[in-house]
Design a binder for this molecule. Sequence first.
Ligand code: DC
Length: 251
Amino acid sequence: MEKVLQGVVAVDGPSGTGKSTTARGLAMRLGARYLDTGAMYRAATLAVMRSGVAPDATTTDADGHDEAVAVALAADLVMSTDPAEPRVRLGGEDVAAEIRGVEVTRNVSAISALTEVRRHLVDEQRRIIAEAHDDGSGIVVEGRDIGTVVAPDADLKIYLVASDTVRAGRRSAEDTSAGRATDATTTGADLARRDRLDSSRAASPLRAAEDAVEVDTSALDVEGVLDRLEELAAERGMLVSALVHTSADGR
Ligand code: DC
C-alpha cells in the first residue's frame, strides 16, 4: 500500500549538495508538503534589490533603522508548499525564476546574514510547518538552519554533503538548463564564497545538527538519495499507509 509521510523532515547542507532536488523529490514521493527556505531569503533579497536599497551596505534611514531590513520585513511574500508547483510570490507576482538569477545569488548572503530578517522568516517558516501539522500533512523543509534553529524537534534531520567538484558540476548543469551563462571556475568560486559567508556569519551559521544523519550524495543518483531518505524516515516510524478514499458507491 502507498505510504505517506507524517511529521517534519529537515534537509540542510551547503549549496550544490542536491538539497532542492532531494527535498522536493521526497515530498512528491511521500505525499508531503515541501518548503524551500532558501527561496524565501532569495525573494526577500529581490524585494530589497527592487526597492533600490543596496543589499550589501548598511544604509539607515533618518531614525537609524536599517533600510534593507525594513524592506525585507515589509515584503509581501507567499510560499506555496505543493511540491508539484513550489511557487514563490512577491507582491502577487511569481518570482520563482528571477530569484535564481546571478544578481539575487550574488546578494542573498548579505540579506540572509541580517538577524532581524532571519527572525522574521524563521517565524514564517515555523508558521508554515505548524499549518502542515494541523492539516495532518508531513512536510520536508530544506535550508541551512532547519535542524538547528527552525525545527530543532524535527523527526528526521538530514545533512547533505558532496565533493566540491560534484557540487560545482551540478550548479553549472542547473544554470545551463535554465539558460544562464556559466563557467566552471566562476561557479566553483561562487560556491566557495557562499559556503564561507553562510558558515561564518554570526546569525545561525550553516552547520549540521548534532542528531543529523549525514548523507554524501557525490556518488548517488537522485533515486539512490531518495531511497536512503525514505529508509531513514521508515526507521523512525514516519511512514503511514495512505487512506484509500472511495465514494459511497464504492467507485
Ligand atoms: O539554498 P539556496 O541556494 O537557494 O539559498 C540561498 C541563500 O540563502 C544561501 O546562500 C544561504 C541562505 N539561506 C539561509 O541562510 N538559511 C536558510 N535556511 C536557507 C538559505
